[in-house]
Write a protein that binds this ligand. Structure first.
Ligand SMILES: C[S@@+](CC[C@H](N)C(=O)[O-])C[C@H]1O[C@@H](n2cnc3c(N)ncnc32)[C@H](O)[C@@H]1O
Length: 500
């Protein structure tokens, strides 16, 4: 991330021999500072770097949590903090000084760190890592920042919402303006709901697990301290602790997976098909989250729904169809098992990861746009398309600052090509799920609309109909999940049946 350019090695002057060992709290601040510098200088991914760095430095428990909160929270919030810092500085700070100011601003404005501690510890860190001159500058700027609360700063540093609503929300909720506009368009909502979405994006997401049917159960995850999920019968939330310590996760019978990711895969398996239903394709499968669930359902069936059906008094149960719009009359059907998944990815190393998350699938490396299969081979196809990932900004603290609107058009071309290929790969009467972890209309409705209009052999199904347990998925026929409504990633689903 080059939020304002990078310069010089991180860690100048740190950890001098002969000095007394720094208190653990300061080790946490040092670690957070190093994560920020690595994100800026080396384009590191904070969520990949942080666990390794904290482990190497022996930071555990509350100190590890503090370091993580400092780094992730600062990276998420820096759009707001930079606006405040700019107003409080008489010059443009060097990149390392700017990162220290952001860390200080986060503690002052968002965390409940007392001002004297937030300023004092940040100034100490700067003196040790950068130098005495920079420490003096940081002291002066942070004191100015500490003179107001965040709520008092916002109207001063953000544009007036009456003149520039997206600009206001961008500064107040720390998102690039183009992302705010894209979210407003996708939500079709006003200021209030867009603000709720942006605020949800700044929260830490719950750790959600999936118990792959036939291989693990939610009860097993509950025994390990997890709580049942809200929507997916295979989901469980882990309130604290490392998921890797749970045996089912370590043995890949269960995994970390957002609940919307589970539900879009489940929805694909619930569409009733006439005739053959034995060969499924996951066309962009790496690293294998959806493939892991599809593989288990293909082989063992949608066990949660099948078991519910067998319970006394529940005859004919299963996911109930909602009254309302769409293709009423076609009930979502729990899949009974006995199919096989082919999981494919263009990148060999990602296909290798899929091999680790699946048990029975045939995993191959193949370019979906130059298919290694004959047209009409598959009964169900999952196309979880490469996308901007704007729907998962909660998980990757720096991601919002790295995306640019130019990437959307480029991805759109690939998404159209892949969707066309997915529709070729499915047999007449079969079904394709087009999924993105982005709500951007140019990656969702526009792609689906363009491809289906050009082909003329596709009937869009009402995707909401196959997710009866979830409200608030939009006006159809597609389903759009939202962090502020569902607590999930902003996942998009279109279900498309190829005309028989
Ligand atoms: C959004 S990710 C898929 C995530 C995956 N379904 C999961 O749930 O873990 C998109 C994947 O598409 C793959 N990809 C990109 N272009 C592709 C192509 N032309 N053919 C096949 N896979 C492709 C990428 O390597 C990446 O692994």
């Amino acid at each position: 991330m080059k939020t304002r350019g990078g310069r010089g090695p991180a860690g100048r002057g740190g950890g001098q021999p002969g000095r007394p060992r720094r208190p653990a709290r300061d080790q946490a601040r040092n670690a957070a500072f190093d994560i920020m510098r690595a994100v800026d200088e080396r384009d590191a991914y904070a969520n990949l770097l942080a666990p390794r760095l904290l482990r190497e430095r022996g930071l555990k428990g509350r100190d590890a949590a503090l370091a993580t909160e400092l780094a992730y929270g600062t990276l998420r919030g820096l759009g707001t903090y930079d606006a405040v810092i700019e107003l409080c500085s008489d010059r443009r700070p060097d990149p390392d000084v700017l990162d220290a100011l952001r860390l200080g601003a986060h503690q002052l404005l968002r965390m409940r760190v007392p001002p004297h501690a937030a300023v004092g510890t940040t100034v100490d860190l700067v003196r040790l890592r950068i130098g005495a001159g920079a420490a003096k500058f940081v002291n002066a700027v942070l004191r100015k920042i500490a003179s107001r609360t965040l709520d008092e700063w916002i109207p001063i540093v953000a544009p007036d919402p009456a003149d520039d609503l997206s600009g206001h929300l961008a500064v107040a909720h720390s998102h690039p303006r183009w992302i705010v506009s894209a979210f407003r368009d996708a939500l079709g909502g006003g200021m209030e709901e867009t603000a709720e979405l942006l605020a949800a994006d700044n929260e830490r997401p719950l750790v959600t697990l999936v118990a792959r049917p036939g291989r693990a159960s939610v009860a097993e995850l509950a025994d390990a301290g997890a709580e049942s999920g809200r929507f997916s019968p295979y989901a469980a939330y882990l309130p604290e602790g490392d998921p890797g310590r749970i045996p089912a996760v370590a043995e890949t019978r269960a995994a970390v997976q957002d609940e919307a990711s589970q539900l879009v895969a489940l929805a694909l398996t619930r569409v009733p098909l006439d005739g053959r239903d034995e060969l499924w394709l996951d066309m962009c499968a790496g690293p294998g989250g959806k493939a892991g669930l599809l593989d288990a359902i293909a082989v063992h069936g949608d066990l949660a729904a099948l078991q519910t059906r067998q319970e006394p008094g529940a005859a004919g149960a299963g996911p109930a169809a909602p009254a309302g719009p769409g293709d009423a009359g076609e009930r979502p059907e729990p899949f009974r098992g006995g199919a096989r998944l082919v999981a494919s990815d263009v990148q060999h190393h990602r296909a290798r990861l899929v091999r680790q998350t699946t048990t029975d699938a045939a995993v191959i490396t193949a370019d979906g746009t130059a298919p290694a299969w004959r047209p009409g081979t598959f009964d169900r196809v999952m196309l979880d398309a490469p996308c901007t990932g704007l729907g998962a900004l909660r998980r990757r603290p720096e991601a919002r600052w790295r995306r640019d609107p130019g990437g959307v058009a480029e991805l759109g071309r690939l998404q159209r090509h892949l969707l066309d290929a997915a529709l070729d790969a499915v047999r007449p009467g079969g079904v394709v799920a087009y999924v993105t972890c982005s709500p951007h209309l140019a990656e969702t409705r526009v792609v689906v609309g363009d491809v289906t209009a050009a082909r003329g052999d596709v009937d869009p199904l009402d995707a909401r109909h196959y997710l009866p347990e979830v409200d608030g998925l939009g006006d159809g026929p597609y389903a759009q999940f939202w962090p502020h409504r569902h607590g999930t990633d902003a996942m998009f689903l279109a279900l498309l049946r190829k005309r028989a």
